[in-house]
Design a protein around this ligand. Structure first.
Ligand SMILES: [Zn+2]
Length: 221
């Protein structure tokens, strides 16, 4: 199997995780993955239901977002994914969802404060808010790149819209999307009965460092 076909299979399978974790409704949401050593990425086709996605239906685009291979039109968010790959060479996977709790923070234009050790682990601080941007051109991608450049968080809440996450691989970006929704929900619930307590910067730093460098099985990282 070619590298591209293998990536199509991986990215197709990861879309099921968005459903499993309740991050998507109808056909909203999408995952892409960069083809290693090529100016290409694979992405979900536009408007196809999650049940009907097959590896063959995942399309291949160049880094301008133009279709290179596949029978279907690429996701309407393709320009944003392409912009991110063009400007962030370390990114190997991108996820976009309108997951409920994270999007509620985005609707208020409010960053999620770092008040849980799990947030310090995964995001190294708050989950920031990106600008309002209309779909189609480079504005969304630009907002994602500008907000996440120099930031530890692999997730950004695009104002009035939803979540974009990045990762070294498509799987890492999916994990960030799942964790983003998880902490968005918990901090939202905490807010209902009072003001969540902040974590000291030094403690956030050591939690982040331990989780990123020491936690887990060495081979699985
Ligand atoms: Zn969207």
């Amino acid at each position: 199997m070619s590298v591209i076909d293998k990536l199509r299979q991986t990215v197709c399978g990861l879309h099921a995780e968005l459903v499993r974790y309740g991050l998507v409704a109808w056909t909203a949401g999408n995952i892409s993955g960069r083809v290693p050593d090529e100016e290409l990425f694979v992405i979900k086709p536009s408007g196809v239901s999650y049940d009907e996605l097959t590896p063959d239906s995942i399309v291949v685009c160049d880094l301008e977002g133009d279709l290179v291979a596949g029978d279907l039109a690429p996701s309407s968010d393709t320009a944003a994914h392409a912009y991110i790959y063009r400007h962030m060479p370390h990114v190997g996977g991108v996820v976009h969802t309108h997951s409920t709790y994270a999007s509620a923070w985005a609707a208020r234009g409010e960053a999620i404060p770092c008040v849980l050790t799990a947030m310090a682990d995964e995001f190294g601080g708050e989950i920031p808010v990106g600008p309002f941007a209309l779909i189609g051109g480079d504005d969304i991608g630009k907002g994602v790149v500008e907000t996440l450049t120099g930031h530890r968080s692999p997730a950004v809440l695009m104002r009035n819209h939803g979540v974009f996450t990045i990762g070294a691989s498509p799987k890492a970006a999916v994990k960030a999307a799942v964790m983003c929704e998880d902490v968005a929900r918990t901090v939202h619930v905490a807010r209902q009965l009072g003001e969540p307590l902040p974590i000291a910067r030094d403690d956030i730093d050591s939690l982040y460092d331990r989780y990123q460098n020491v936690y887990g099985q060495r081979s699985a990282r």
